[in-house]
Design a protein around this ligand. Structure first.
Ligand code: ZN
Length: 458
């Protein structure tokens, strides 16, 4: 390391520096049991401390990788020997909750679930939600522009934050802690850091946008035969539910059959032979009237033949059981190491795209198992491929089959997981040479010595 441990220890405050065995004892990620490779972990308590640490690292050319909850899926937080980890784990204060302005001011290391719970206690809601809510941090959610289960209604993380404070590589504190919905006083600089995956600055605080807590939550699972009908059902539901549609998740048959296999002991809520299963949810403001209206809209879908069968959740437990099927992604690990994707494309292109992908994977790996599910309402498909091994060569072949057809249709190699290290070789399929050059110029301007999360994204 280029910065001395005693200097870092002084800058981080008491108990703020971990080295040696206490670094090695930590896993590189929630789903990655390898030890952290970096030499040390520095754990500042506030923005000023982050600023002093980065100023020193900048001066001495020290590589810094910021760590939040380590729930990323693309290697964006991996470290190398000689790196310094800057962990936000001791920056976990909820500083303020403004019920009138409907905002919450937090430090970057607060866990998403803690934010959600604090908002609920005040009769409000923070609407970003994803499976890793108990582990992931707000700083990480913003740095990766997280998506999740309610994007169709509320947008991604970018749309749920009003202000951000970030520290640039040289220690400059860029505080854009805006509390207003509207602020067109020149460029919105916070957007530089949202989705930058730790390469342009370290997010230290944020002002989050809260909404009124919904009074009703209606959930249904519908069986739909063709993808065309699924797409029509999306429009039918969105129109009929008048802006309250908050999730439109689709499981293709192979995925549904996997997560309702008899040996798992779950009772399938619908027959297992349909083409597609749509998990649909609406959040509304009228506890009495909403369920009745929801049932009418679902009933109309059945009558018109868009859906061939349906079940509506009648309790919180039933609702959770339906979501548990959608969230049982770990079942795809049973057949061997899974290779997972989160591609984005226009809904109208999905049928052709999936046929192409199936052809390509079947040709390269006749014994493959491939599952498709995801946030169809957002144009975001998750594809999991299992071919027995996940060596670099195998992985590359599978990636070629999945990513190859995206370029021609203007799709994206990452809908919500980001680029990190894993998708860096494929970024050029979704971004033009001019776009990538502009990203490089931004990086050179904000981090001229390249100390922040080096080697990631571009
Ligand atoms: Zn997802």
């Amino acid at each position: 390391m280029k910065v001395s441990l005693s200097e870092l220890s002084a800058l981080a405050g008491e108990g703020g520096l971990l080295e040696g065995e206490s670094v090695r004892a930590r896993a590189a990620g929630i789903w990655n049991p390898d030890p952290i490779a970096a030499d040390a972990i520095v754990r500042p308590r506030d923005t000023q401390s982050v600023s002093r640490i980065l100023a020193s690292c900048h001066e001495q050319g020290q590589a810094v990788v910021t760590h939040g909850g380590l729930t990323g899926l693309v290697g964006g937080a991996l470290t190398r020997p000689g790196d310094l980890v800057l962990s936000t784990e001791r920056m976990n204060a909820i500083e303020d909750l403004d019920e009138t302005g409907r905002t919450m001011t937090v430090q970057a290391g607060v866990r998403l679930q803690a934010v959600q719970e604090a908002a609920l206690e005040a009769g409000l809601e923070f609407t970003l939600d994803l499976g890793a809510r108990g582990s992931c941090t707000i700083g990480g959610n913003l740095a990766t522009n997280a998506g999740g289960n309610r994007v169709i209604r509320y947008g991604m993380a970018r749309e749920q934050v009003l202000g951000v404070e970030a520290v640039l590589a040289d220690g400059t504190v860029l505080s854009s802690m805006n509390h207003m919905l509207k602020n067109n006083a020149a460029l919105d600089l916070k957007q530089l850091f949202i989705g930058s995956e730790g390469t342009l600055g370290v997010i230290t605080r944020a002002v989050l946008r809260l909404r009124e807590r919904p009074a009703s939550c209606c959930t249904a699972l519908l069986a739909v035969e063709s993808l065309d009908d699924v797409i029509q059902l999306l429009r039918h539901a969105d129109r009929g539910l008048g802006g309250t549609l908050s999730a439109f998740e689709v499981m293709w048959r192979d995925y549904f059959r996997l997560v309702t296999a008899p040996e798992l002991g779950v009772t399938p809520p619908l027959g297992r032979d349909h083409g597609h299963y749509v998990l649909l949810e609406a959040l509304g403001g009228n506890e009495e009237a909403d369920p009745e209206h929801f049932e009418t809209v679902m009933g109309a879908a059945l009558e018109s033949g868009l859906a061939v069968d349906a079940v509506i959740a009648n309790s919180g437990r039933e609702r959770e059981a339906l979501w548990a099927l959608r969230d049982a992604v770990e079942r795809t690990h049973d057949a061997g190491p899974p290779i997972t994707f989160d591609v984005s494309l226009r809904i109208a292109d999905m049928q052709d795209y999936l046929s192409q992908v199936r052809r390509r994977i079947d040709a390269a790996f006749p014994d493959n198992q491939t599952w498709v599910f995801g946030h169809l309402g957002d144009g975001n498909l998750h594809i999991v491929v299992s071919v027995g091994d996940d060596s670099d060569e195998t992985r590359h072949k599978v990636e070629e089959a999945i990513y190859g057809p995206l370029q021609a249709i203007g799709g994206s190699v990452s809908a919500e997981h980001g680029i990190g290290l894993e998708k860096k070789p494929w970024l050029h399929l979704s971004r033009s040479p001019e776009e990538i050059e502009t990203l490089r110029r931004l990086k050179a301007t904000l981090d001229p010595k390249g100390i922040l999360n080096p080697g990631k994204v571009i």
